[in-house]
Design a binder for this molecule. Sequence first.
Ligand SMILES: [Zn+2]
Length: 289
Amino acid sequence: MDWKKIRKIDAHVHIIPPEILKLYRENEPESPWAHADADEYLRIMEQYNVEKAIVVPNNDGRMYYPKADDTNKWLGELQKRHPDKFLAFADVRKEGSYFMEDSPYDLQDAVEDYGLKGLKLHPSNLQLDADSLEMVPVLRKAAELNVPVAIHSNPCRVGFNDNCAPDKINKMIQVFPDLTIITAHMGGMKWQDAISGCGYVDISSVLPEFVKLYGIEQTNRILRGFGVDRLIFATDYPDVRYVEPEEVYETYCSVLNQMDFTEEEAGKIAYENILRILNRSSESVALRV
Ligand SMILES: [Zn+2]
């Protein structure tokens, strides 16, 4: 079995609006974000048999449009232009003290009007703890709409960046048993807190860093610790530490080829786990219509 060849859904990918992509290409061509382009990415998908990708925003008005609604509308159009390739999760913003008031409505419009398939929360960019009570209305709304929520979790930077710690996300997983939460990046450098929680984790961004820190065998044990039913294939293209955008899938596939997963287990991680999550929500969307 070869991870390059098996069919895959990448559950965490960034494509940025053309105006912002242009700024990166002109001013910071060395940045991985200069590669967050739909056409460039579609070619890579083809090459590595990535059948579908979930395009996620990051609650940052400088990387996407300043208003969440504009970003969500654009993501909806991206989905419509490539219906067999891209699915997108909704963006939210914290403007002043209005997060609780705005975010549930932004999510509802994103799902019902633009057809987005989930919600992305980036607690560090929102400067809100993942277990803040201010998160409750938007999480409640996601449960009501029956869409999954991917929460950024890589509290590896110093000081003030602990909003997304996995133990905070674990609390919300317990408080919202009717909600599907995906802890992104396996909890990052706090993966030990994520492993003892429950719920899904995506393996984006940190997998090559784990190999660098712990080696192949220990990385294999960490993935086994999460278990094949919780793991979701994802890369965080184009921004993976230590890896050039063009090398993201080569690196991911070569690491995964060295793990001890059977073909059936790889199928769950690469495709079936995330498909089950997405189908669960689309069934209920169909029912409500
Ligand atoms: Zn990301």
